[in-house]
Design a protein around this ligand. Structure first.
Ligand SMILES: [Mg+2]
Length: 368
């Protein structure tokens, strides 16, 4: 949508010359033009002090709340396509809602940007964000723009899930099988900007009672699997020769194997979940019969053992401890100039090139 609120051509404008009110008006018009269903429940959207929504029927719905941020030089680079920055910013929150088996409703977006930021960048970023929101039936209902030293997009997302049926991380039990959607590894090659939140898959898993526990893979299979195991108080084994690997994982050319990438790389945004023993042998047929086109692969099993212990089983049957995956606020990786973040840090870019993957996962920094 082409909104011309200022006389100067958009190409010459910055956020400083545009002004906050005009920028917010541009965003409001884009949301209105996005085709997002302004579903029942929204009384006041962008333009007042607060958005106003009606609470969902508490007899029917629980509310899901999540937030995330993408920051320049941490989660995207200055040259990254702005629309993909917007897609990623809301996509991370949508992936969290998917991991609970829920559906997204409302989003608040805070843009922090230097005054010299081109208006065209903000337009393109919001277009990408709003397009992805509309695709997933989420509506941007408000937010803020603020001046800051670096580009940052903070998204706050409200969703809903059938009352009492949010799929948590703590339901895995010994005897359950472990499954994953899609393929893993090598997201830094581009998929961290273009991933599709697995909302339909998460909702199907929740509706059919398939998943006993679930998490989305934001920090890498090694770390996120241990989060699920720790929450559930169980141990797990991954069948290393069964992991679905992306072509990108095999083509990173950094000295690490595709398997190493699948275990360690963050930002796959796939769903990792456990399925109880009564259902684990029928789920893949039901998955296909339901018309879900995303691949789903059985990659391991829940076993008795120390909470959070993760092991790999080789094709030969050897059992190895698994302690890989990128950690926020990395403990031993003192060379990381950014200190946190899980994708496009300069350090990560360097990792991808020099094959230095000697990270100590340490203690979990935050929930994924
Ligand atoms: Mg998550």
């Amino acid at each position: 949508m082409n909104v011309n609120l200022n006389k100067r051509p958009v190409i010459d404008q910055t956020l400083a010359t545009t002004g906050e009110r005009a920028l917010i008006e541009r965003i409001r018009r884009r949301v209105m033009a996005s085709g997002t269903p302004l579903t029942d429940g929204l009384r006041v959207g962008i333009g007042d002090d607060c958005a106003v929504t009606m609470p969902p029927d508490p007899a029917q719905w629980d509310t899901l709340l999540t937030s995330d941020a993408v920051i320049e030089n941490v989660h995207f680079m200055p040259a990254t396509d702005a629309a993909l920055v917007g897609h990623k910013a809301i996509g991370r929150c949508l992936s969290d809602v998917a991991a609970m088996g829920g559906e997204p409703c409302w989003a608040l977006v805070n843009l922090v940007a230097p005054p010299s930021t081109p208006l065209a960048w903000a337009d393109a970023m919001m277009n990408g964000l709003i397009d992805t929101a509309a695709t997933c039936a989420a509506t941007v209902v408000g937010g803020d723009v603020a001046t800051g030293p670096t580009l940052q997009v903070h998204v706050f997302l409200v969703g809903r899930v059938a009352v009492g049926h949010a799929v948590r991380r703590d339901g895995a039990r010994p005897g359950d099988a472990i499954f994953v959607t899609g393929q893993l590894g090598g997201s830094l090659a581009g998929r961290h900007l273009t991933f599709q939140p697995r909302l339909a898959e998460g909702a199907w898993l929740r509706a059919g009672g398939w998943a006993s526990a679930m998490i989305d893979l934001s920090d890498g299979l090694g770390i996120d699997a241990r989060r699920l195991l720790t929450a559930s108080g169980v141990a797990g084994r991954i069948f290393l020769d069964q992991l679905p690997l992306t072509a990108a994982a095999a083509n990173m050319k950094d000295g690490s194997t595709a398997l190493d990438h699948a275990l360690s790389d963050g930002e796959d945004y796939e769903l990792l979940f456990s399925v109880n023993s009564a259902k684990k042998d029928t789920i893949l047929k039901e998955w296909a019969d339901a018309g879900l086109t995303t691949t789903c692969t059985r990659i391991g099993e829940i076993v008795e053992g120390d909470a959070g212990r993760l092991e790999g089983v080789t094709a030969e049957g050897d059992i190895l401890p698994l302690e890989k995956g990128y950690e926020h606020f990395g403990t031993s990786n003192t060379a990381n100039p950014f200190g946190s973040g899980n994708a496009c840090t300069g350090r990560r870019m360097a990792d991808a090139m020099d094959g230095d993957r000697n990270r100590d996962p340490g203690v979990d920094g935050r929930p994924g």
